[in-house]
Design a protein around this ligand. Structure first.
Ligand code: BGC
Length: 251
């Protein structure tokens, strides 16, 4: 294979674990993405089996940086929370676990933080100074806070308590689907959520990611905010690209 790539990214989600090699200058995949269903019991060991399978599929040298996302707070490679993954992840040293199994160094990052970094370099937040909030609407709500092009990691703004509720339990995309909310009904909940966010952070820009950002035209115009709010550009590639970028370049 003569295609140039700089790093491999693997994005661990609730339903799928996806990986691809990435050209970091262009912010694109250099080969087809591989997706494997997330094991029903998504324990660290079971997920590690899939990550190993994906890494082997691309047969990249161990010197090529490998970044892996998790839908959880991660500090220094250690998983601290597990809102939407198996609780046995809490306190798992994911960096050591994956490194041992794969025989190489790995970089572990929160999924929304990875998406935020990808949008910063290649997507909707590119060239925007000041405070940018990237949110991902999916099973939960993820957040990445970018300040003058730097990531403030693990902000977990999906778990703000708003009107007595954990915000993601009212406004995540999975809740819209579960409760068969119309876009108008869901937009009311998003209005509450994003109004709260803007009153806390006074961001210069809000970026909305997650699979549903493909349908942004059907809900973003319903929101009335003082902050500019735009759909993410990299769609479901953002996690992989951001993880690869962080593993290779650290920001
Ligand atoms: C988790 C975050 C994650 C987000 C999106 C939330 O429930 O706490 O760590 O980024 O879901 O997956």
């Amino acid at each position: 294979m003569s295609k140039k790539f700089d790093a491999l990214g693997i994005d661990i989600g609730g339903s799928g674990i996806k990986g691809a090699p990435v050209d970091l200058d262009k912010g694109v995949f250099t080969d087809d993405r591989l997706r494997v269903a997330t094991p029903e019991e998504s324990t660290p060991e079971a997920v590690c089996d899939v990550v190993e399978q994906i890494a082997e599929h691309f047969s990249v040298k161990t010197s090529v940086p490998l970044g892996i996302t998790l839908p959880a707070v991660v500090t220094h490679g250690v998983v601290r929370t597990a809102a939407n993954i198996d609780k046995s992840w809490i306190d798992t040293d994911a960096r050591a676990l994956f490194a041992d199994r794969l025989g190489r160094e790995v970089h572990i990052v929160n999924d929304a933080d990875a998406a935020g970094v990808a949008e910063l370099h290649h997507g909707a937040a590119k060239g925007v100074d000041g405070v940018v909030l990237v949110t991902t609407l999916g099973t939960g709500i993820g957040s990445a806070l970018l300040v003058d092009g730097h990531l403030v990691p693990n902000t977990e703004l999906g778990h703000l308590e708003i009107e007595g509720h954990d915000a993601e339990s009212r406004a995540a995309e999975s809740v819209r689907e579960r409760d068969a909310l119309t876009m108008e009904q869901w937009a009311e909940r998003l209005q509450t959520y994003y109004s709260h966010l803007e009153s806390l952070f006074w961001p210069d820009l809000i970026v909305v990611g997650g699979g549903v950002s493909k349908q942004a035209a059907s809900f973003l115009p319903l929101l009335d905010l003082r902050t500019e709010i735009v759909p993410a550009r990299l769609k479901n590639k953002a996690g992989i690209i951001g993880a690869a970028r962080l593993a290779a370049r650290g920001n």
